[in-house]
Ligand binder design. Structure first.
Ligand SMILES: [Zn+2]
Length: 466
């Protein structure tokens, strides 16, 4: 079965190939830089990273555009509360976003584009909509008339035909029950930043920025538009209404949405005290790899229940894989190859790929890998794993890590000094001499966690840093 994704637009799982050549033109809604991103946001971004990596593993090239929303109601409110300019305020959180996503090893999109650098294009798009009769003006603001776009509701699968014409909203975020004509251009207000333009002084609404930047860089029809489920309505619905009114072409062929993240089965909120940013979790002592693993391990269309037990289990899972890799790299195996095990490795690799082809079923892909690791460990214990089985085993781990990217430990400020390592290596040699194998294993693990690989030779243990 070929690569396929669930498409929110058609409500079906459909085979995926890009429209042109080998290049996937993808747009994802980036952060609104008024604060540090929380792990709910990071779940969406991690899902998009897995998507990117898998498309590349399947031989496609990415042309991925992500916007940085750097003018918006909340930003303006917060910046003015801190007596900062828009740029000064958003720069800090844009930087924070780049640091957090890099720590989680999210590949940088080919293009990261800022809303405030595309005001001219947004004004032009609003003028296009004006000419098509899709807009009206009220007190200096310009609104999109949704009754003029009969397909409004086709992405969120809502029927908005009964909506009262002329009722409108000025805020960027609202729910289905409050669906109204939405704002494209907000009239200048005292104390707020604004741009002088042919459509009057003001600033753009949130929705128009994504339509404009997506089409500017990727053309009128995108292969994939992705985001969190909370963006389906109104944001993505409005993006379709704007873009398709301008071009009369489908705006995006595939719409992929990742589900919510709950904390201890509850909605994350500041008032419930269960609101975490990546920075919070790292301050609590959690490394980025288990966080990344946990966010990626649940298929993106399932709700993810984030718990600290889950985070610890993720760390244990990563340890198992790192230990397995270390064992392959440092144990001594008899010559030759075990044919049955070669087949076992091939079938695990195939299952891993088939699972990700199936709408990125990460849980099944991981299950395939861990079943293999269990079998291979058993084969090692019984001496059936041979030197000739090493390359395929390492390749399978690489295949996994090109997508999940958790095997390399993050550098920490408290890396072990050479003297500390030597001390532990000597202590381990003594423990082995005393037949205290538990202590020996404990030290090996401690070293591994610190990024030190041990190799036992006839002349004693050798070590290297990863
Ligand atoms: Zn967007």
């Amino acid at each position: 079965m070929a690569l396929r994704f669930y498409n929110t637009l058609t409500q079906r799982v459909e085979p995926f190939t890009p429209l042109h050549d080998n290049v996937v033109r993808m747009y994802t809604c980036g952060p609104t830089v008024y604060n540090y991103v929380h792990i709910g946001n990071l779940r969406s971004f991690t899902a998009q990273d897995i998507l990117r990596r898998w498309l590349q593993a399947r031989g496609y090239q990415m042309d991925h555009v992500m916007n940085i929303t750097d003018v918006e109601d909340k930003i303006i409110r917060n910046a003015s509360a801190e007596h900062k300019s828009l740029t000064e305020y958003t720069e800090k959180y844009t930087q924070g976003f780049l640091e957090d996503t890099a720590a989680l090893r999210l590949q940088r999109p080919e293009r990261l584009v800022k809303a405030t650098e595309h005001i001219t294009e947004m004004v032009q798009a609003i003028q296009d909509l004006e000419r098509g009769g899709y807009t009206y003006e009220s007190e200096g603001s310009i609104y999109y008339r949704i009754s003029k776009f009969p397909e409004y509701g086709k992405l969120s699968h809502n029927d908005f035909s009964g909506i009262r014409a002329g009722a409108r909203v000025d805020v960027d975020e609202y729910d289905k029950a409050n669906a109204r004509d939405f704002v494209l251009w907000k009239a200048r207000k005292d104390g707020e930043p604004f741009w002088d333009s042919a459509i009057g002084p003001g600033r753009p609404g949130w929705h128009i920025e994504c339509s404009v930047m997506a089409m500017k860089y990727l053309g009128e029809t995108l292969d994939i538009h992705a985001g969190g489920v909370d963006l389906v309505f109104p944001h993505h619905e409005n993006e379709i209404a704007q873009s398709e009114a301008i071009t009369s072409k489908p705006f995006a062929r595939f719409w992929l949405h990742s589900e919510f993240l709950n904390i201890d089965a509850q909605k994350m909120s500041k008032s419930a005290g269960n609101f975490y940013t990546l920075r919070d979790l790292r301050e609590m002592g959690y490394a980025p790899e288990p966080i990344r693993y946990l966010l990626a391990s649940v298929p993106y269309r399932k709700k993810l229940n984030f718990t600290f037990d889950g985070l610890k289990a993720a760390a244990t899972a990563i340890d198992r894989l790192r230990n397995f890799k270390l064992r392959i790299e440092t144990d001594r195996f008899a010559e030759g190859a075990n044919e049955a095990l070669i087949e076992r490795t091939e079938s695990a690799a195939k299952q891993f790929g088939d699972s990700l082809d199936d709408d990125l079923n990460t849980a099944e892909a991981l299950a395939a890998l861990f079943e293999y690791v269990r079998d291979a460990n058993t084969a090692m214990d019984s001496g059936e794993f041979r030197a000739g089985n090493i390359p395929a085993a390492l390749e399978l781990l690489d295949q996994f890590d090109r997508i999940f990217d958790v095997l390399r430990p993050s550098a920490t400020d408290d890396a072990m000094s050479d003297a500390q390592v030597e001390g532990l290596v000597a202590e381990r040699a003594q423990a082995k001499k005393n037949r205290d194998f538990a202590r020996g294993d404990q030290i090996r693990k401690q070293l591994l966690d610190a990024g030190i690989i041990l190799e036992d030779t006839k002349e004693g243990a050798r070590w290297k840093r990863k």
